[in-house]
Write a protein that binds this ligand. Structure first.
Ligand code: HOC
Length: 389
């Protein structure tokens, strides 16, 4: 029962055994040997706290501001595709929960529900961001972007880590048949190859030609804040800052693209160090905001990222697992768990507000010490069984 779910890991454990095989394969899969997927979470284990004592922590407040928009916690719901694979209401589960808990949802290009359906389900004044995959046909992209702006989207997150689809082998072993064929064609806007998993079926329209010179074009077609999602080294973060973008998401796409890409958390340490050295920036920074996603399962993970300079952190899979297993009550519970974890851990850390969660509160000296990698436990085993069968 839901009352026995105590943390975000629990949702994943339950979802694995209750979700349809294809849905689980698509949501949970990651690239190649899934080393980056595992590393995303493992990286948080290399940061330790340096709490302060004897502060009056009777009242603690974990609310914050993200791209000028209020949020009840330094967490947003990051974009994940094909929300209806897990539950018939798909992304609407996330929209409603975001409204209820006063956090921001990043609406994905490849949502199962249409963009307007999601916007129509939003509460009055609800703040949303939009994640963009750039189409080979730039007119389509222009239409999507301008429509998003017109409907009140407050930030455009352009995905830049996916010029080609990574090999998600768990997903590739599934033949993708969307129950509603329009689910794919709507998302795909092009030809559909259904023979190798959901990801392949929905991604063929994406333009591998996207490059830095396109950023001026984006600036010319919209006034929304522009953020690059999928930056993985300080050089690209610096470039994004220099050309006047509003921020970057240090992300490896949930380990679903380039295996052996580093965790967003590790890249965060590199980016804040270098941007301070090169441009004198300190973080969190209102003018140029840093976000990370991947492997976040606890409020302590979020507090570590904030201490190291992130404005906020994206969470994706745990919310999918929560609503896939339990429907809207699941995601409600997931967000309540996070709120409770923030309250307790801020008290224990000696921080009354997000402004007090500072670099001195963590010891990040081990962040670059990687654990020797071995393939994920179940990746090959399950395939051996399959091949033998
Ligand atoms: C080359 C395009 O974000 C996922 C989604 C869709 C991927 C498109 C990649 O499955 O990670």
């Amino acid at each position: 029962p839901l009352s026995e779910i105590l943390n975000l890991h629990d949702f994943e454990a339950i979802a694995k055994y209750t979700m349809a095989e294809k849905a689980w394969a698509y949501y949970s899969s990651a690239a190649d040997d899934e080393i980056t997927n595992r590393e995303n979470h493992a990286a948080f284990h290399r940061i330790w706290f340096r709490p302060r004592i004897l502060k009056d922590v009777t009242k603690v407040d974990w609310s914050t501001t993200i791209l000028g928009q209020k949020s009840s916690m330094p967490v947003y719901i990051t974009a994940t595709a094909l929300g209806k694979l897990g539950h018939p209401d798909g992304e609407l589960n996330l929209t409603r929960a975001a409204a209820k808990h006063d956090i921001i949802q990043m609406i994905p290009t490849l949502a199962s529900c249409s963009f307007d359906e999601i916007m129509d389900a939003a509460a009055p004044g609800q703040v949303q961001f939009f994640q963009l995959y750039v189409n080979k046909d730039r007119e389509i992209t222009k239409r999507i972007v301008q429509h998003a702006e017109k409907r009140g989207i407050k930030g455009l997150f352009i995905t830049v880590d996916a010029p080609q689809l990574g090999r998600r082998e768990k997903d590739m072993r599934q033949k993708f048949e969307a129950e509603d064929p329009s689910e794919v064609s709507k998302a795909d806007q092009g030809g559909v190859d259904r023979s190798q998993g959901a990801a392949r079926a929905i991604s063929s329209f994406i333009d591998p030609g996207l490059n830095w010179s396109d950023m001026a074009w984006f600036r010319s077609i919209t006034n929304m804040p522009l953020i690059l999602k999928g930056v993985q080294c300080w050089e690209d973060a610096l470039e994004a800052y220099d050309i006047g973008l509003s921020g970057v998401v240090l992300s490896n796409h949930g380990g679903r693209q380039l295996d052996f890409a580093r965790s967003g958390l590790e890249v965060l340490v590199e980016v804040t160090t270098k941007l301070k050295e090169k441009r004198g920036l300190s973080f969190p920074n209102e003018k140029f905001q840093l976000f990370i996603d991947g492997g976040v399962r606890r409020a302590t993970d979020v507090l570590k990222a904030v201490a190291l300079g992130a404005t906020a952190v994206g969470i994706g899979r745990p919310f999918l697992y929560a609503y896939s297993a339990y429907g809207p009550e699941g995601i409600d519970q997931a967000l309540q768990i996070l709120h409770d974890e923030f309250e307790m851990n801020m008290r224990l850390l000696g921080a009354c507000s997000m402004k007090e969660v500072i670099p001195e509160m963590v010891d990040a000296s081990n962040i670059h010490l990687h654990i020797v990698s071995v393939p994920s436990d179940n990746l090959y085993e399950s395939n051996y069984e399959r091949l033998q069968g």
